[in-house]
Design a binder for this molecule. Sequence first.
Ligand SMILES: [Zn+2]
Length: 576
Amino acid sequence: MAKTTDPVQPYRVLARKYRPADFTGLIGQEALVRTLSNAFATGRIAHAFMLTGVRGVGKTTTARIIARALNCIGPDGKRTEPTIHPCGVCEPCTSIAESRNVDVQEMDAASRTGIDDIREIIEGVRYAPVAARYKVYIIDEVHMLSKQAFNGLLKTLEEPPPHVKFVFATTEIRKVPVTVLSRCQRFDLRRIESAELAAYLGTLAVKEEVKIEDAALALIARAAEGSARDGLSLLDQAIAHGSVAGEGPITGEMVRAMLGLADRGRVLDLFEKLMGGALPDALEDLRSLYNAGADPLAVMQDLLETVHFLTRIKVAPAAQGFFDGGSAEARRAGEIAAKLSVPALTRAWQMLLKGLLEVRDATRPISALEMALIRVSYAADLPPTDKLVRDLLERGPEATPRQGLSTPGAPAASRAPGTVTQAGSALRAPQPHAVPEGAPTLRGLEDIAALAMANNAPILRVQIENNIHLVRLEQSENSGLLEFRPAPAAPRTLAGDLQQKLNAWTGQRWNISIAREGGAPTLAEQRKAAKTARLESVAQEPMVRAVLDRFPGAEISQVREAVIEDVAAAMPDKDE
Ligand SMILES: [Zn+2]
């Protein structure tokens, strides 16, 4: 794929610009490419393909490449057989890429689920292709078809005419009837490994002449969770952020701030201090994370992931997860895990999980986060409930031994008895899913962004913050309406993704409507404007003006709020 980096070209979203045109461009899908290559080489091409995988792994892209491979006639128009290397320049190749080939039909089963839609296909199947070698029917989200529609389709799948091929794509393979599955060649598109995706994004950054640190690429790749499309989209946002920030390379720090993430190593420090009775230090750490731009919800989620990881490596020392295997953080996590008991960890998990809901719903999330951490810290000094009960039964009420990482001088166990929650025995799933009673009230984009964060969808949150110009937001008892103008860098799937997620998170039916003009500034723009206004107002303070006058050329680079000391100071002293 030859790429130009002509500066006069209008900006094209990376995900569109680098959408793979042939199988060599599909990163991380070697198994699929090998199987298809063999099939093409031996002329044993299946009548129907079933592509499965999580969203964003490239199912639709792959389906189109298969359609091209089946119909490519080569640059000279003389090719008579399908090829695993479609040329990309012949008429069939270009028209398929632009979704305007009359013989290649794409249908989204999510919107057309009925028997009538399928009947249309079944009738069309009988006729020979107009111009192409094969008629190709691409049916996305095929699991959404009605039972009747599946039955109709089945007859065709049993005896398909030789000039017809089906390519199905689905995120939920278990909802596809076995009778249909058994007539398809199935490919499981896998998530791309973080390291592989980071390397790929790195090569694109070079092509785009963008300077970006490896740490930043690694963070983007990890947040993308195996989706090349999400990775590209985040890289786009990082480039946009970076160009605002100035000339230097895009750093890990910048990406972390963009994603609202805290440094995992520092979250680990924070947790260690929390469980070790060093509460003032822990709160100090929290404040510096917060000042560096970490979102309180993200910190809470990272803490939960940390606890989950620590618990897992206690159970299975080779477990992989939140901290990369072999990294310094993973080693330190191992040391910390060795000092903590499983009951202590599960208790911390439960308290943090409860705290997560509080942080999400709080008007001042940072305060809620602090309160939750203070509770966890005090509970860390308590013996696990099962041991407490056993000790009481065995030795009477005098015995209140400490456990865990507690240090001398930590508060007595009796100080916070009310905070103990029943320690569960089973490990929970890694991702906390908030289940609100009734639908959460969404008053503005901030609420939607917070909801995305609470549901562990940091990428969608970045999209909401950067790419949505809000026109209208209405919510009634059972439904909602969101109208917005997408920013130029918004991915095409944004409206669909938002609708699906809002439906799932609120339990309401959401309508998303796209406006061509108008709308408020994006959240990111608003925040930037607010920061500028704040710097300007601070510059007018008499003290600050005196300083600025005294030091010509001095600038205000950051304004920090003194928020946290008071709470820390109000707590009883833990250290002597
Ligand atoms: Zn071609």
